[in-house]
Ligand binder design. Structure first.
Ligand code: FAD
Length: 286
């Protein structure tokens, strides 16, 4: 099933993300976690694409398994480390495995990378190529607080518009911890004429170390309310986990209440966290 059919439906959509292992020894464990999450009957599940593409076979294998279990999969695909023939191979492989949905990404440009060797400067070029290849429902990433490479949010939305105009049919946001940031962003998208559905990405922060890592790699703002939770419970792993799940649940309920119909949870291969959030929303999603 195409992701756009799911997220444009009348029912609120709750989906989960998993990431593939870096090595083959960890594959069975990650696949088992993904299958546990699939038992929650999410609206769909996405599987990320390892930087550099060295683990793309795991992304495809997990997607195929999820489809086989009746859960629509969304395969991430990055292009920054690939050339056109490699992308064509990847697309052919995804099609052969019956995968219908792709989140088309550029990927982070590796530090010190010789930019003159890049075949793709932006995800919009990959989107165009997937459109030409045909047959896929194509999504892309967006950044309610702006992508770090953009001078400001208006420039970022200009770039995003090019991606959507190239054929991107829906967007998934970077995580955010203050829903007002998303509401403001959606308003700006409408004003800029970006009309595709936006799936809100929610990260349940269940360990203090996770938040330090996240903040070092992204420019996500942390509201005072959230910082106080980490300060108060960060040293108590069980309490931090409970508080992180409660915070994410509250964010999701507020999003649904404000008319956002699709939420994607960055479940970090943790079936217990995904299950707790699903349980907290049982009546809301029924
Ligand atoms: P782009 O869409 O190319 O945007 C990058 C910058 O260029 C932005 O500032 C944008 O405004 C600007 N821009 C875009 N198009 C144009 C244009 N045509 N002309 C001029 N400027 C333009 N990384 C992985 O390695 N694997 C993953 O699986 C993965 N999944 C992700 C999922 C989500 C939901 C998100 C939010 C991010 C994910 N990332 C992943 C990280 C992502 O690859 C990085 O953030 C990367 O730096 C940008 O990728 P992009 O596809 O958003 O790039």
């Amino acid at each position: 099933m195409k992701i756009t059919e799911i997220i444009n439906g009348a029912k609120p959509s709750l989906s989960f993300e998993v990431f593939p292992p870096k090595t083959s020894e960890k594959f069975d464990g990650v696949l088992a976690a993904a299958c546990e999450i699939a038992k929650l009957k999410p609206s769909y599940m996405s599987v990320t694409y390892g930087a550099g593409g060295g683990t793309s076979e795991y992304t495809t294998a997990i997607c195929r398994e999820l489809n086989g279990r009746g859960v629509t999969s969304l395969a991430h695909l990055t292009c920054v480390s690939s050339d056109r023939s490699r992308i064509e191979l990847e697309l052919g492989n995804l099609r052969a495995q019956g995968i219908e949905n792709i989140l088309a990404l550029r990927g982070d440009i590796p530090e010190g990378f010789d930019r003159s060797r890049i075949s793709y400067s932006h995800a919009s070029e990959l989107v165009k190529e997937i459109v030409e290849f045909g047959g896929f429902c194509i999504g892309g990433a967006c950044y309610p607080e702006g992508h770090p490479e953009s001078a400001n949010i208006s420039d970022d939305i200009e770039g995003l518009k090019k991606k959507v105009d190239s054929g991107c049919e829906f967007l998934t946001t970077q995580m955010f911890f203050d829903n007002n940031i998303l509401y403001n962003f959606l308003y700006r998208l409408l004003k800029a004429g970006v009309n595709v559905p936006v799936v809100a990405g929610i990260m349940p922060v269940t360990a203090a170390a996770q938040i330090k890592r996240l903040c070092s790699i992204s420019s996500t703002a942390l509201p005072q309310r959230f910082i106080r939770i980490v300060d108060r419970y960060g040293d108590n792993p069980a309490a931090m986990k409970q508080a992180g799940i409660a915070y994410a649940t509250e964010q999701i309920i507020d999003l649904f209440a404000n008319g956002i119909n699709a939420v994607h949870v960055y479940s970090m291969n943790k079936p217990d966290v995904a299950a707790a959030i699903r349980r907290n929303l049982s009546e809301i999603l029924s």
